[in-house]
Design a protein around this ligand. Sequence first.
Ligand code: HPA
Length: 246
Amino acid sequence: MLAVIGGFGLGSLRGEIRGLEVETIEAIRTPFGGPVQVDICRGNDLRIAFLPRHAAGDRVPAHRVNYRANIWALRSLGVERIISTNTVGGISADLPPGAMAIPEQLIDYTWGRESTFADSPDDEPRHIDFTWPYDQALREALRGAAAKVGKAVKFGGVYGVVQGPRLETAAEIQRLRRDGCDMVGMTSMPEAVLARELDLPYACLALSVNWAAGLGEGLIDMEEIKRTHGFGTVELIGILEAFLEA
Ligand code: HPA
């Protein structure tokens, strides 16, 4: 089964994807906490698990998301691969608000987040390979889906994952740029590495909703973000729909 992790503003696939109905709503308890609410959706000969990362109503901010419980819950439901949607701020010139990317790399600037399943004294420490954090086949499939609906998407780029919840200073964004980041967001880690620990192929579809701090005109405007977010989410759902039809 495929899972979709919905980013900010994508709280449900109910009524969003043609032919897809919510069959059951699961509340999964895990060794790492929970319950995690997952919608099991069915339609078009498919079963999909949908997990709103920030929970119903976007109540849980990025730094408080229980990433371990989320990924564990998906695996316990029999999920075999994960598409994640994330909103980001654009750093490189080809990621203005409204643009999308399927990043190839990430740099993790987060701190204090539980980022391994193996951290009890009885566990063998895990030093897994994470050279390529996103799954190439899933990335290609997402690219194909975007092409099918005629949406130009940046195929590649580096996602700088920051702690939040505040946005960055202009100097921090310059540092991220020097580091090679093309976009900045708060949610791809530790989600991506936890999926890797459980051998679940994972790819990210990122929607730029603002220019990162200091790169646009003036300050970052939440109202503008919400507007970009509204039409961007519609396009994002179009890509997911094409992905599922493939
Ligand atoms: N910074 C960090 N996270 C974000 C941003 C940003 O500018 N936009 C959306 N998520």
